[in-house]
Design a protein around this ligand. Structure first.
Ligand code: AMP
Length: 458
Protein backbone atom coordinates (compact mmCIF):
# COMPACT_ATOMS: atom_id res chain seq x y z
CA UNK A 1 0.00 0.00 0.00
CA UNK A 2 1.64 3.23 -1.15
CA UNK A 3 -1.20 5.42 0.02
CA UNK A 4 -0.38 8.15 2.54
CA UNK A 5 -3.72 7.43 4.21
CA UNK A 6 -2.25 4.21 5.61
CA UNK A 7 0.07 6.29 7.79
CA UNK A 8 -2.65 8.00 9.86
CA UNK A 9 -0.86 11.32 9.74
CA UNK A 10 -2.19 14.29 11.69
CA UNK A 11 -4.77 16.34 9.76
CA UNK A 12 -2.56 19.36 8.96
CA UNK A 13 -0.05 17.07 7.26
CA UNK A 14 -2.72 15.22 5.30
CA UNK A 15 -4.06 18.59 4.21
CA UNK A 16 -0.59 19.78 3.15
CA UNK A 17 0.01 16.59 1.14
CA UNK A 18 -3.23 17.20 -0.72
CA UNK A 19 -2.23 20.79 -1.40
CA UNK A 20 1.21 19.89 -2.78
CA UNK A 21 -0.43 17.07 -4.71
CA UNK A 22 1.55 14.16 -3.39
CA UNK A 23 -0.97 11.41 -4.04
CA UNK A 24 1.13 8.29 -3.50
CA UNK A 25 4.19 7.64 -1.41
CA UNK A 26 7.43 7.23 -3.35
CA UNK A 27 9.17 3.85 -2.80
CA UNK A 28 11.59 5.42 -0.28
CA UNK A 29 8.73 7.01 1.65
CA UNK A 30 6.74 3.76 1.69
CA UNK A 31 9.77 1.89 3.00
CA UNK A 32 10.96 4.41 5.58
CA UNK A 33 7.94 6.33 6.87
CA UNK A 34 6.26 3.62 8.98
CA UNK A 35 9.48 3.14 10.97
CA UNK A 36 10.15 6.89 11.19
CA UNK A 37 6.65 7.56 12.48
CA UNK A 38 7.01 4.75 14.98
CA UNK A 39 9.97 6.67 16.42
CA UNK A 40 12.74 4.38 15.20
CA UNK A 41 16.17 5.41 13.99
CA UNK A 42 16.64 4.68 10.29
CA UNK A 43 19.58 4.58 7.91
CA UNK A 44 18.09 5.12 4.48
CA UNK A 45 19.88 4.64 1.21
CA UNK A 46 18.25 7.25 -1.01
CA UNK A 47 19.20 9.61 -3.80
CA UNK A 48 18.01 13.09 -4.67
CA UNK A 49 14.68 12.75 -6.37
CA UNK A 50 13.58 9.80 -4.26
CA UNK A 51 11.31 11.90 -2.06
CA UNK A 52 13.67 11.55 0.91
CA UNK A 53 13.20 15.14 2.05
CA UNK A 54 9.46 14.72 2.47
CA UNK A 55 10.11 11.43 4.29
CA UNK A 56 12.09 13.08 7.08
CA UNK A 57 10.07 16.31 6.97
CA UNK A 58 6.89 14.34 7.69
CA UNK A 59 8.70 12.53 10.51
CA UNK A 60 9.91 15.81 12.04
CA UNK A 61 6.56 17.53 11.73
CA UNK A 62 4.57 14.60 13.13
CA UNK A 63 6.61 14.70 16.28
CA UNK A 64 6.74 18.47 16.61
CA UNK A 65 4.85 20.30 19.32
CA UNK A 66 4.51 23.74 17.73
CA UNK A 67 2.96 25.23 20.87
CA UNK A 68 6.32 24.65 22.58
CA UNK A 69 8.66 27.36 21.32
CA UNK A 70 11.75 25.17 21.63
CA UNK A 71 14.24 23.82 19.11
CA UNK A 72 13.02 20.28 18.49
CA UNK A 73 14.46 19.28 15.11
CA UNK A 74 17.93 19.67 13.64
CA UNK A 75 18.79 18.82 10.01
CA UNK A 76 22.43 18.63 8.84
CA UNK A 77 23.07 19.13 5.11
CA UNK A 78 26.29 19.20 3.05
CA UNK A 79 25.56 22.46 1.19
CA UNK A 80 23.63 25.69 1.48
CA UNK A 81 21.77 24.84 -1.70
CA UNK A 82 20.47 21.61 -0.20
CA UNK A 83 19.72 23.28 3.13
CA UNK A 84 17.57 25.87 1.32
CA UNK A 85 15.71 23.16 -0.55
CA UNK A 86 15.14 21.18 2.62
CA UNK A 87 13.83 24.24 4.49
CA UNK A 88 11.49 24.98 1.62
CA UNK A 89 10.08 21.44 1.63
CA UNK A 90 9.63 21.47 5.42
CA UNK A 91 7.79 24.81 5.24
CA UNK A 92 5.57 23.56 2.42
CA UNK A 93 4.52 20.56 4.45
CA UNK A 94 4.19 22.61 7.67
CA UNK A 95 1.89 25.21 6.20
CA UNK A 96 -1.23 24.00 8.03
CA UNK A 97 0.49 23.71 11.41
CA UNK A 98 0.26 27.21 12.88
CA UNK A 99 3.44 29.19 13.67
CA UNK A 100 6.14 26.68 12.81
CA UNK A 101 9.48 28.47 12.65
CA UNK A 102 12.17 26.93 10.44
CA UNK A 103 15.62 28.58 10.29
CA UNK A 104 18.38 27.92 7.76
CA UNK A 105 21.90 28.43 9.14
CA UNK A 106 24.83 27.78 6.82
CA UNK A 107 28.46 28.80 6.83
CA UNK A 108 30.10 31.28 4.48
CA UNK A 109 28.09 34.26 5.70
CA UNK A 110 28.59 36.47 8.78
CA UNK A 111 27.70 34.91 12.10
CA UNK A 112 26.05 37.92 13.68
CA UNK A 113 22.72 37.79 11.79
CA UNK A 114 22.47 34.10 12.73
CA UNK A 115 22.93 34.93 16.39
CA UNK A 116 20.24 37.60 16.04
CA UNK A 117 17.83 35.23 14.30
CA UNK A 118 18.22 32.77 17.19
CA UNK A 119 16.94 35.36 19.66
CA UNK A 120 13.51 33.87 18.99
CA UNK A 121 13.91 30.14 19.34
CA UNK A 122 12.97 28.25 16.15
CA UNK A 123 11.28 24.84 16.10
CA UNK A 124 13.52 23.43 13.40
CA UNK A 125 17.02 24.37 12.23
CA UNK A 126 18.48 23.27 8.90
CA UNK A 127 22.14 23.94 8.23
CA UNK A 128 25.67 22.87 7.46
CA UNK A 129 27.68 21.10 10.20
CA UNK A 130 30.48 23.68 10.54
CA UNK A 131 28.20 26.64 11.20
CA UNK A 132 25.93 24.64 13.51
CA UNK A 133 28.93 23.53 15.55
CA UNK A 134 30.13 27.14 15.78
CA UNK A 135 26.73 28.20 17.10
CA UNK A 136 26.60 25.31 19.55
CA UNK A 137 30.02 26.20 20.89
CA UNK A 138 28.81 29.76 21.45
CA UNK A 139 25.82 28.21 23.29
CA UNK A 140 23.64 30.08 20.81
CA UNK A 141 21.83 26.94 19.68
CA UNK A 142 19.65 25.52 22.46
CA UNK A 143 19.67 21.73 22.28
CA UNK A 144 17.88 20.61 25.45
CA UNK A 145 14.51 20.07 23.78
CA UNK A 146 15.91 18.40 20.64
CA UNK A 147 13.99 15.23 19.78
CA UNK A 148 14.90 14.56 16.14
CA UNK A 149 18.27 14.77 14.39
CA UNK A 150 18.50 14.31 10.62
CA UNK A 151 21.64 13.80 8.55
CA UNK A 152 20.80 14.42 4.89
CA UNK A 153 23.17 13.30 2.13
CA UNK A 154 25.55 11.99 4.76
CA UNK A 155 28.05 10.69 2.20
CA UNK A 156 28.35 14.13 0.62
CA UNK A 157 28.96 15.62 4.06
CA UNK A 158 31.91 13.26 4.44
CA UNK A 159 33.14 14.13 0.91
CA UNK A 160 33.15 17.76 1.98
CA UNK A 161 35.26 17.07 5.03
CA UNK A 162 32.53 17.51 7.61
CA UNK A 163 33.35 14.29 9.51
CA UNK A 164 35.22 16.08 12.36
CA UNK A 165 32.45 18.66 12.76
CA UNK A 166 29.84 15.89 12.91
CA UNK A 167 31.92 13.99 15.48
CA UNK A 168 32.11 17.10 17.65
CA UNK A 169 28.42 17.85 17.21
CA UNK A 170 27.59 14.37 18.54
CA UNK A 171 29.12 15.27 21.89
CA UNK A 172 26.60 18.04 22.41
CA UNK A 173 23.40 16.31 21.34
CA UNK A 174 21.01 15.09 24.01
CA UNK A 175 19.60 11.59 24.41
CA UNK A 176 17.07 10.16 24.01
CA UNK A 177 16.40 11.35 20.53
CA UNK A 178 15.46 9.96 17.16
CA UNK A 179 18.21 10.05 14.52
CA UNK A 180 17.40 9.74 10.83
CA UNK A 181 20.24 9.27 8.33
CA UNK A 182 19.95 9.54 4.56
CA UNK A 183 22.78 8.79 2.16
CA UNK A 184 23.05 7.95 -1.53
CA UNK A 185 25.76 5.41 -0.76
CA UNK A 186 26.48 3.52 2.47
CA UNK A 187 30.27 3.03 2.67
CA UNK A 188 31.86 1.80 5.95
CA UNK A 189 32.48 5.40 7.11
CA UNK A 190 28.73 6.06 7.03
CA UNK A 191 28.07 2.84 8.97
CA UNK A 192 30.56 4.02 11.58
CA UNK A 193 28.75 7.34 11.99
CA UNK A 194 25.45 5.49 12.19
CA UNK A 195 26.82 3.30 15.01
CA UNK A 196 27.96 6.41 16.85
CA UNK A 197 24.75 8.37 16.44
CA UNK A 198 21.95 5.84 16.14
CA UNK A 199 20.32 3.13 18.20
CA UNK A 200 19.14 -0.11 16.63
CA UNK A 201 18.81 1.71 13.31
CA UNK A 202 16.62 0.10 10.70
CA UNK A 203 18.35 -0.27 7.33
CA UNK A 204 16.18 0.92 4.49
CA UNK A 205 17.72 -0.06 1.17
CA UNK A 206 15.59 -0.29 -1.90
CA UNK A 207 16.15 -2.75 -4.63
CA UNK A 208 18.99 -0.99 -6.41
CA UNK A 209 18.03 -2.35 -9.79
CA UNK A 210 14.62 -0.74 -9.85
CA UNK A 211 16.05 2.53 -8.54
CA UNK A 212 18.66 2.65 -11.28
CA UNK A 213 16.18 1.76 -13.93
CA UNK A 214 14.28 4.98 -13.27
CA UNK A 215 16.96 7.05 -14.97
CA UNK A 216 18.41 5.72 -18.17
CA UNK A 217 21.77 7.18 -19.08
CA UNK A 218 23.15 7.17 -22.60
CA UNK A 219 26.46 8.65 -23.76
CA UNK A 220 27.32 9.81 -27.27
CA UNK A 221 30.79 10.31 -28.65
CA UNK A 222 30.67 13.63 -30.51
CA UNK A 223 33.43 15.98 -31.60
CA UNK A 224 33.07 19.58 -30.34
CA UNK A 225 32.25 20.95 -33.79
CA UNK A 226 29.40 18.44 -34.14
CA UNK A 227 27.77 19.04 -30.79
CA UNK A 228 25.23 21.65 -31.89
CA UNK A 229 24.02 19.40 -34.67
CA UNK A 230 23.95 16.44 -32.27
CA UNK A 231 21.86 18.14 -29.62
CA UNK A 232 19.36 19.21 -32.27
CA UNK A 233 19.21 15.73 -33.73
CA UNK A 234 18.70 14.13 -30.32
CA UNK A 235 15.88 16.52 -29.43
CA UNK A 236 14.24 16.03 -32.82
CA UNK A 237 14.36 12.28 -32.63
CA UNK A 238 13.52 11.72 -28.93
CA UNK A 239 11.02 14.61 -28.88
CA UNK A 240 10.71 14.98 -25.09
CA UNK A 241 7.83 17.07 -23.77
CA UNK A 242 10.45 19.16 -22.08
CA UNK A 243 14.19 18.96 -21.53
CA UNK A 244 17.00 20.80 -19.81
CA UNK A 245 20.29 21.12 -21.70
CA UNK A 246 23.23 21.67 -19.34
CA UNK A 247 26.33 23.55 -20.52
CA UNK A 248 29.52 24.35 -18.65
CA UNK A 249 29.76 28.06 -19.49
CA UNK A 250 27.50 30.97 -20.23
CA UNK A 251 28.98 31.34 -23.73
CA UNK A 252 28.01 27.78 -24.56
CA UNK A 253 24.54 28.30 -23.07
CA UNK A 254 24.15 31.22 -25.48
CA UNK A 255 25.32 29.35 -28.57
CA UNK A 256 23.16 26.28 -27.87
CA UNK A 257 20.13 28.50 -27.27
CA UNK A 258 20.80 30.47 -30.48
CA UNK A 259 21.06 27.28 -32.51
CA UNK A 260 17.81 25.86 -31.15
CA UNK A 261 16.00 29.18 -31.56
CA UNK A 262 17.19 29.40 -35.15
CA UNK A 263 15.47 26.04 -35.64
CA UNK A 264 12.23 27.45 -34.20
CA UNK A 265 12.27 25.46 -30.95
CA UNK A 266 10.66 27.16 -27.95
CA UNK A 267 13.73 27.77 -25.84
CA UNK A 268 14.48 29.57 -22.60
CA UNK A 269 17.86 30.24 -21.09
CA UNK A 270 19.02 30.28 -17.51
CA UNK A 271 22.46 31.63 -16.70
CA UNK A 272 24.11 33.34 -13.78
CA UNK A 273 23.71 36.86 -15.16
CA UNK A 274 19.95 36.97 -14.86
CA UNK A 275 18.57 38.95 -11.95
CA UNK A 276 16.22 37.33 -9.46
CA UNK A 277 13.06 38.40 -11.26
CA UNK A 278 14.24 37.26 -14.71
CA UNK A 279 15.29 33.94 -13.22
CA UNK A 280 11.95 33.47 -11.52
CA UNK A 281 10.22 34.33 -14.79
CA UNK A 282 12.25 31.75 -16.73
CA UNK A 283 11.49 29.03 -14.19
CA UNK A 284 7.78 29.83 -14.16
CA UNK A 285 7.62 29.77 -17.95
CA UNK A 286 9.50 26.50 -18.17
CA UNK A 287 7.39 24.86 -15.46
CA UNK A 288 4.12 26.00 -17.05
CA UNK A 289 5.18 24.43 -20.35
CA UNK A 290 5.78 27.61 -22.33
CA UNK A 291 9.14 26.28 -23.47
CA UNK A 292 10.15 22.81 -24.50
CA UNK A 293 13.87 23.30 -23.87
CA UNK A 294 15.66 25.12 -21.08
CA UNK A 295 19.36 25.70 -21.69
CA UNK A 296 21.17 26.20 -18.39
CA UNK A 297 24.52 26.47 -16.67
CA UNK A 298 25.09 24.59 -13.40
CA UNK A 299 25.10 27.66 -11.20
CA UNK A 300 21.88 28.90 -12.72
CA UNK A 301 20.17 25.54 -12.34
CA UNK A 302 20.52 25.52 -8.54
CA UNK A 303 17.23 24.84 -6.95
CA UNK A 304 15.65 23.85 -10.26
CA UNK A 305 12.92 21.54 -9.06
CA UNK A 306 10.54 20.41 -11.74
CA UNK A 307 8.94 17.10 -10.97
CA UNK A 308 7.94 16.23 -14.51
CA UNK A 309 11.25 16.64 -16.31
CA UNK A 310 11.51 13.67 -18.69
CA UNK A 311 14.92 14.44 -20.18
CA UNK A 312 18.26 16.00 -19.35
CA UNK A 313 20.99 16.53 -21.96
CA UNK A 314 24.58 17.22 -21.01
CA UNK A 315 25.94 19.31 -23.86
CA UNK A 316 29.29 19.34 -22.05
CA UNK A 317 30.26 16.68 -19.57
CA UNK A 318 30.38 18.12 -16.08
CA UNK A 319 33.83 18.68 -14.60
CA UNK A 320 33.24 16.15 -11.80
CA UNK A 321 31.00 13.13 -11.24
CA UNK A 322 29.08 14.83 -8.41
CA UNK A 323 27.91 17.61 -10.69
CA UNK A 324 27.06 15.06 -13.37
CA UNK A 325 24.90 13.04 -10.97
CA UNK A 326 23.30 16.21 -9.72
CA UNK A 327 22.33 17.21 -13.26
CA UNK A 328 21.12 13.74 -14.11
CA UNK A 329 19.09 13.67 -10.90
CA UNK A 330 16.89 16.49 -12.25
CA UNK A 331 15.06 13.87 -14.27
CA UNK A 332 13.37 10.67 -13.11
CA UNK A 333 12.19 12.31 -9.89
CA UNK A 334 9.58 11.02 -7.49
CA UNK A 335 9.28 7.63 -9.10
CA UNK A 336 8.94 8.83 -12.68
CA UNK A 337 11.15 7.63 -15.53
CA UNK A 338 13.87 9.84 -16.89
CA UNK A 339 16.39 9.86 -19.69
CA UNK A 340 19.83 11.49 -19.41
CA UNK A 341 21.81 11.93 -22.65
CA UNK A 342 25.43 13.09 -22.50
CA UNK A 343 27.59 14.35 -25.34
CA UNK A 344 31.23 13.45 -24.86
CA UNK A 345 34.14 14.60 -27.02
CA UNK A 346 37.48 12.78 -27.11
CA UNK A 347 38.94 15.42 -24.76
CA UNK A 348 36.16 14.76 -22.28
CA UNK A 349 36.67 11.01 -22.08
CA UNK A 350 38.64 11.21 -18.78
CA UNK A 351 35.52 12.78 -17.28
CA UNK A 352 33.39 9.96 -18.65
CA UNK A 353 35.76 7.50 -16.98
CA UNK A 354 35.37 9.21 -13.61
CA UNK A 355 31.59 9.01 -14.00
CA UNK A 356 31.87 5.33 -14.87
CA UNK A 357 33.96 4.68 -11.75
CA UNK A 358 31.52 6.59 -9.60
CA UNK A 359 28.51 4.71 -11.00
CA UNK A 360 30.34 1.40 -10.78
CA UNK A 361 28.84 0.18 -14.05
CA UNK A 362 29.89 0.39 -17.67
CA UNK A 363 28.49 3.39 -19.52
CA UNK A 364 26.08 2.76 -22.37
CA UNK A 365 27.12 4.44 -25.59
CA UNK A 366 24.61 5.33 -28.28
CA UNK A 367 24.77 6.69 -31.78
CA UNK A 368 23.47 10.15 -32.62
CA UNK A 369 20.56 9.77 -35.06
CA UNK A 370 20.85 11.44 -38.45
CA UNK A 371 19.48 14.96 -38.42
CA UNK A 372 16.03 14.63 -39.97
CA UNK A 373 15.23 18.07 -41.31
CA UNK A 374 11.68 17.02 -42.00
CA UNK A 375 10.95 16.70 -38.28
CA UNK A 376 8.92 19.56 -36.88
CA UNK A 377 10.72 21.72 -34.28
CA UNK A 378 9.85 21.27 -30.62
CA UNK A 379 7.15 23.79 -29.87
CA UNK A 380 5.78 24.19 -26.38
CA UNK A 381 2.00 23.83 -26.06
CA UNK A 382 1.60 27.10 -24.13
CA UNK A 383 2.80 30.68 -24.12
CA UNK A 384 2.94 32.83 -21.00
CA UNK A 385 1.03 36.04 -20.47
CA UNK A 386 2.40 38.29 -17.72
CA UNK A 387 0.14 40.69 -15.86
CA UNK A 388 1.79 43.45 -13.83
CA UNK A 389 -0.35 42.85 -10.76
CA UNK A 390 -0.34 40.17 -8.09
CA UNK A 391 -1.09 39.25 -4.52
CA UNK A 392 -0.53 42.83 -3.38
CA UNK A 393 -3.42 43.81 -5.68
CA UNK A 394 -5.47 40.96 -4.17
CA UNK A 395 -5.34 39.12 -7.48
CA UNK A 396 -6.14 35.43 -7.26
CA UNK A 397 -5.93 32.65 -9.86
CA UNK A 398 -9.73 32.52 -9.97
CA UNK A 399 -9.92 36.19 -11.03
CA UNK A 400 -7.84 35.46 -14.12
CA UNK A 401 -9.56 32.23 -14.95
CA UNK A 402 -12.82 34.16 -14.66
CA UNK A 403 -11.66 36.98 -16.93
CA UNK A 404 -10.33 34.54 -19.54
CA UNK A 405 -13.23 32.12 -19.67
CA UNK A 406 -15.81 34.88 -19.19
CA UNK A 407 -15.48 38.02 -21.27
CA UNK A 408 -12.52 36.78 -23.33
CA UNK A 409 -14.40 33.59 -24.23
CA UNK A 410 -11.62 31.00 -23.79
CA UNK A 411 -12.48 27.40 -22.92
CA UNK A 412 -11.09 26.41 -19.51
CA UNK A 413 -8.84 23.86 -21.24
CA UNK A 414 -7.00 26.73 -22.99
CA UNK A 415 -5.82 28.10 -19.66
CA UNK A 416 -2.80 26.40 -18.07
CA UNK A 417 -0.93 27.04 -14.86
CA UNK A 418 -1.50 30.37 -13.10
CA UNK A 419 1.31 31.63 -10.83
CA UNK A 420 0.57 34.64 -8.65
CA UNK A 421 3.54 36.52 -7.16
CA UNK A 422 3.35 39.63 -4.96
CA UNK A 423 3.40 42.13 -7.84
CA UNK A 424 3.15 39.94 -10.92
CA UNK A 425 1.05 37.11 -12.29
CA UNK A 426 1.87 34.60 -15.02
CA UNK A 427 -0.78 32.66 -16.91
CA UNK A 428 -0.08 29.86 -19.36
CA UNK A 429 -2.32 30.08 -22.44
CA UNK A 430 -2.65 27.41 -25.12
CA UNK A 431 -0.88 28.74 -28.22
CA UNK A 432 -3.98 28.71 -30.42
CA UNK A 433 -5.74 31.07 -28.00
CA UNK A 434 -2.89 33.52 -27.47
CA UNK A 435 -4.31 36.47 -29.42
CA UNK A 436 -7.81 36.07 -28.12
CA UNK A 437 -6.56 35.86 -24.53
CA UNK A 438 -4.31 38.91 -24.76
CA UNK A 439 -6.91 41.01 -26.58
CA UNK A 440 -9.53 39.96 -24.03
CA UNK A 441 -7.35 40.79 -21.04
CA UNK A 442 -6.38 44.14 -22.52
CA UNK A 443 -9.93 45.11 -23.45
CA UNK A 444 -11.64 44.00 -20.29
CA UNK A 445 -10.94 44.71 -16.67
CA UNK A 446 -9.48 42.37 -14.07
CA UNK A 447 -10.99 43.00 -10.64
CA UNK A 448 -12.38 46.24 -12.03
CA UNK A 449 -8.97 47.57 -13.05
CA UNK A 450 -6.72 47.74 -16.11
CA UNK A 451 -3.29 46.22 -15.64
CA UNK A 452 -0.41 46.00 -18.08
CA UNK A 453 -0.52 42.70 -19.98
CA UNK A 454 2.55 41.33 -21.80
CA UNK A 455 3.09 38.28 -23.99
CA UNK A 456 6.24 36.32 -23.24
CA UNK A 457 7.03 34.01 -26.09
CA UNK A 458 9.86 31.55 -26.17
P1 AMP B 1 13.83 14.76 -2.96
O1 AMP B 1 14.26 13.36 -3.17
O2 AMP B 1 13.50 15.03 -1.54
O3 AMP B 1 14.80 15.74 -3.54
O4 AMP B 1 12.41 14.97 -3.69
C1 AMP B 1 12.23 14.90 -5.07
C2 AMP B 1 10.98 15.58 -5.59
O5 AMP B 1 9.84 14.76 -5.41
C3 AMP B 1 10.65 16.89 -4.94
O6 AMP B 1 10.32 17.78 -6.00
C4 AMP B 1 9.41 16.64 -4.12
O7 AMP B 1 8.59 17.78 -4.09
C5 AMP B 1 8.76 15.50 -4.88
N1 AMP B 1 8.00 14.53 -4.05
C6 AMP B 1 8.36 14.05 -2.83
N2 AMP B 1 7.45 13.14 -2.40
C7 AMP B 1 6.52 13.05 -3.37
C8 AMP B 1 5.32 12.25 -3.52
N3 AMP B 1 4.94 11.38 -2.59
N4 AMP B 1 4.61 12.42 -4.64
C9 AMP B 1 5.00 13.29 -5.61
N5 AMP B 1 6.11 14.06 -5.53
C10 AMP B 1 6.87 13.93 -4.43
Amino acid sequence: MNNFAALNLIDPLTQALAEVEYAQMTPVQAAALPAILAGRDVLVQAQTGSGKTAAFALGLLSKLDATQVRLQGLVLCPTRELADQVSREIRRLARFIPNVKVLTLCGGVPLRPHLASLAHEPHIVVGTPGRLLELIELTALPLKALTVLVLDEADRMLDRGFAPAIAQLMEHLPQPRQTLMFSATIPPAIRAISRGLQRAALDVTLNVESEDALIEQLFFEVEPAQKLAAVTALLLSYRPESAVVFCNTRQVVRSVADELMARQFSVLILHGELDQREREEMLVRFANRSASVLVASDVAARGLDIVDLPMVINFDLAADPDTHLHRVGRTGRAGRRGLALSLCSAQESPRANLIKERLGVALRWGRVPALARANAPLLAPFITVAIDAGRQDKLRPGDLLGALTGAAGLPATAVGKIDVFPTRTYVAIARAWQQRAVAGLRAGKIKGRNFRVRELEA
